[in-house]
Design a protein around this ligand. Sequence first.
Ligand code: HEM
Length: 523
Amino acid sequence: MTDVASKGPEQGDDRPVLTNRQGHEVYDNQNQRTVGARGPATLENYQFLEKISHFDRERIPERVVHARGITAFGYFESYGAWGDEPVEKYTRAKLFRGRGKRTDVAVRFSTVIGGRDSSECARDPRGFAVKFYTEDGNWDLVGNNLAVFFIRDAIKFPDVIHALKPDPVTFRQEPNRIFDFMSQTPECMHMLVNLFSPRGIPADYRHMQGFGVNTYKWIDADGGSHLVKYHWMPKVGVKSMTEADAAVLQATELGHATKDLFDSIGRGEHPEWELLVQLMTDDEHDELDFDPLDDTKVWPEDQFPARPVGRMVLDRTVDDFFADNEQIAFGTGVLVDGLDFSDDKMLVGRTFSYSDTQRYRVGPNYLQLPVNQARHAEVRTNQRDGQMSYGVDGGGGNPHVNYEPSIIDGLREGQYPTHDEQGPEIRGRLTRKRIPRTDDYRQAGQRYLLMDDWERDDLVHNFVTLLSQCDRPIQERMVWHFLLVEDDLGLRVGEGLGIGPKDVAHLEPLASQDLTAEDRERL
Ligand code: HEM
């Protein structure tokens, strides 16, 4: 250990000298300036005031969701083709062009519901957000470790999060509130069957998948479009924890997944994932029993094969947790040429929400921060000023001309692309309606049947444990849903709660749901 006390200037200490933020050298960092050794203190004590008032402002608001997380850096390397077919045929995005092309990335893994210091053993979706620093500017792929989501319309997001977050009075995460909401939201069944299985507690961040979840578009060189879903597969395989495993670990460590990421990168075992995409022609696909824009559904891989397009390696940890992890900002609106949105109603809402919260959480100039800058593309805007602005976007030549158009100088518009109008033509009335083909149970049932026995046992155990703490009408409605998901699931959870199919036979379908013919038959 360094003997700090013995390292005075007289011992030839050549370390740099501490200054304040005005560049003034600090010759006493132990004592305030006072009138006499016993005080009182003086108010003109700039050094002390700068130090303490900066400290008073050290915290920024934590993320409203995904507050607990960790960032790492590395690269994405494209494969360029699957078999003989170049990826370029489907997207003109340059990062996928050619074999071995590398793009720098930053990845932030997170839990969703807990605060900044909460347990990483929580049953919770895990965030998997990737920022690609491409030559055409940044692309953010903001995903989760589970392939589907609770809801399919962004207008319900504050409600689902309020139900999952602690009670606003007792500040306890209450099963009764969670399942009250879920029991009235049948579209969440597919997500619940995933989340309450061991997949809901990944062993750590290296051993989990990532999914874009929402449907995006790929645009080719001629402006043609395909719908696309993204999947990250971990090279080391998927590992999850049962509720019991997690309880043991949580007794001694709240941040095991963050520690694992630091440790593995430190050892030179660089975490790696393969990126796969599923593609679909850009139309409504009436032949399918689900809507391709519904994020509560997966696309069957036998019809829409997952095609590998590249791999991602993480080889560097953060230099500073606050600068690289707390201030990093991802958003679904951050796309590059060749990649586009779909009309997925969640995606549209998300795209507003991310940059909106970041302007509040980090500040209006959050994109000037090094971790958020488009570091491999030149940034030239006429945006000026605002809180904490520390640079002027350059490139215009004449500092007086911060507007466009101008015949004096300044920036000009780029060339209008010949293929700007793309995708199918859509007509419709303004309305508030559910999408057709909601089919809330089929894929949830298929997922249940695909699980190993131990996963199904854990799922049933977890549902019974939490639903036991809920009011009877909530329990009955959940058993009613589970019977529609899959008889075996409904019967087993019902048995654990002392509720048989006869006890729920009186329940009518909810006004907020459309049942399939098959569901009606099963009722
Ligand atoms: C973070 C909103 C759905 C993945 C956030 C944040 C907000 C938000 C406000 C905090 C961002 C920040 O403070 O920087 C929404 C809304 C949604 C939605 C309104 C639905 C309409 C989803 C879905 C996924 C997802 C479906 C997964 C595909 C993430 C991730 C983060 C995040 C990974 C953390 C990003 C980071 O590490 O900084 N979301 N979200 N969200 N969301 Fe969503």
